[in-house]
Design a protein around this ligand. Structure first.
Ligand SMILES: NC(=O)c1ccc[n+]([C@@H]2O[C@H](COP(=O)([O-])OP(=O)(O)OC[C@H]3O[C@@H](n4cnc5c(N)ncnc54)[C@H](O)[C@@H]3O)[C@@H](O)[C@H]2O)c1
Length: 423
């Protein structure tokens, strides 16, 4: 959707935090905006401030946990503007985290009610009307990295709701495309270089009395103030709003800052999943963390691990320390297979009778291979890796070429010589 000017957006949870940042950015793009929120005072203040700045906004008190309330929101939006092009199901709450077995049923009812049912109610109330209008449109559901990308263990209930939001949105997007509609869906992952200083940390202010916690927590809740005191940087919310507007224009399904970092986290999770799928008993043959250091610190004595699954992180990645991982093989072919079954390939080493060791070394996919303690570190010998270790070759001709700019000039002039005029 390129031209946003004059279009209509609905933002739930738009009276504060990220929702308000979205509303302000939409207004700046010339959109007319329906701001929906359960917090009456904050909603009135937001709408009054934006209107005083000349914005065309309408406030509708809405409780997204109620399908009737969200239907009434849709009625109000269509009554005010006659169309909706961008629906942001953004309202969300984060209950104080804690041990899963210490959560209470009301924690789950309230959080799922707002974060998941709220999104579903938005889709149910708006999508049929948006489809009937036949205009280009987008449903943006606010998820979080906390859950679908990397669940924070202490935020179990919240993380579970956000997994549901991502999953729901993936299904919705697939259906909207498969049915040949003019609508699309996108999932928005607010995150960034640190803390998002929003009202999420005090979500309890909107918690209905009927869904109050049934017993006190055993651990204190995390607070924004404490995180700030720890020096956690704060992510500006307007950069998130910029991200969403760019995402709308580019037709992005995933709206997230620093997608490569999150993709890396997902790849690591997938690798761990592979390792778990093939559990083996890991034997620590001596070494480990010295007893007198208890569980603290990163110091380990020289350690030998055996029985590590091929896909486990311990077998795939370098362990910085005096740690050796032993993997069994069934002959040279199998040893080569095990060695090459890695996304990395910086360097390797082969020991054995010279002829056999050399034959194996030729088949190992690493940038450098030492045979029987051979040393390869010399200025005229390239050092560097294959696969994910492949960036930054050093030394030798290959290292020198890193600093060269290579250019091809295709010359089609009539006086050029050579095949086809390309010189
Ligand atoms: N703050 C973060 O660290 C963070 C990170 C990732 C995702 N998110 C998500 O971003 C979204 C916005 O949260 P935020 O951080 O801006 O918090 P926020 O508390 O500042 O904003 C949430 C808004 O939702 C409203 N709301 C709460 N319950 C509601 C209900 N039943 N019906 C309608 N409105 C309701 C609140 O009044 C508030 O205005 C949420 O979905 C949240 O889960 C936040």
């Amino acid at each position: 959707m390129q031209d946003l000017n004059g279009k209509v957006a609905v933002v739930t949870g738009g009276a504060g935090g990220i929702g308000r940042a979205l509303v302000e950015r939409f207004v700046a793009e010339g959109l007319r905006v329906v701001v929906a929120d359960v917090e009456v005072g904050a909603l009135e203040a937001t709408v009054a401030e934006l209107r005083s700045g000349g914005a065309d906004v309408t406030g509708v008190v809405t409780d997204v946990t109620s399908p009737e309330s969200v239907e009434a929101l849709a009625d109000a939006a269509y009554a005010a503007y006659g169309a909706v092009h961008v629906l942001c199901n953004n309202a969300g709450v984060g209950p104080p985290g804690g041990l899963v077995w210490e959560t209470t049923p009301n924690d789950w009812r309230w959080t799922f009610g707002v974060n998941v049912f709220g999104v579903a109610h938005g889709v149910q109330a708006f999508v049929p009307r948006m489809l009937a209008a036949g205009e280009e449109g987008l449903v943006i559901n606010t998820s979080s990295p906390d859950g679908p990308i990397a669940p924070m263990p202490q935020a179990s209930v919240y993380a579970a709701t956000k997994c549901a939001v991502t999953c729901l949105t993936e299904c919705l997007a697939a259906q909207l495309e498969a049915e040949g509609t003019c609508l699309r869906a996108a999932v928005f992952y607010p995150s960034g270089k640190g803390l998002l200083d929003t009202g999420l940390w005090t979500s309890d202010r909107n918690r209905p009395a009927g869904l109050a916690r049934e017993r006190p927590r055993s651990t204190p809740a995390m607070t924004v103030a404490a995180l700030r005191d720890q020096g956690v940087p704060v992510q500006p919310l307007d950069e998130l709003a910029d991200l969403v507007v760019d995402g709308i224009r580019d037709g992005r399904f995933v709206m997230v800052l620093d997608p490569e970092r999150h993709a890396g986290t997902l790849r690591d999770r997938a690798a761990r999943f592979g390792g778990l799928g093939n559990p083996t008993e890991v034997h620590t043959l001596g070494g480990g963390i010295p007893e007198h250091l208890d569980a603290g610190g990163f110091y380990v004595e020289p350690t030998l691990l055996a029985g590590v699954a091929e896909d486990a992180t311990g077998a795939q990645e370098e362990i910085f320390g005096p740690v050796l991982v032993v993997q069994a093989h069934d002959g040279d072919d199998d040893a080569v297979r095990v060695a090459n079954h890695s996304t990395y390939g910086l360097s390797g080493a082969v020991h054995g009778s010279p002829e056999r060791a050399r034959a194996v070394a030729r088949r190992i996919r690493t940038g450098t291979v030492a045979v029987n303690n051979g040393v390869y570190l010399a200025p005229d010998v390239p050092f560097g890796g294959y696969k994910h270790s492949g960036v930054g070759r050093e030394m030798g001709l290959a290292g020198f070429e890193e600093y060269l700019e290579i250019k091809a000039i295709a010359d089609g002039s009539s006086d050029a010589t050579g095949t086809g005029g390309a010189r």
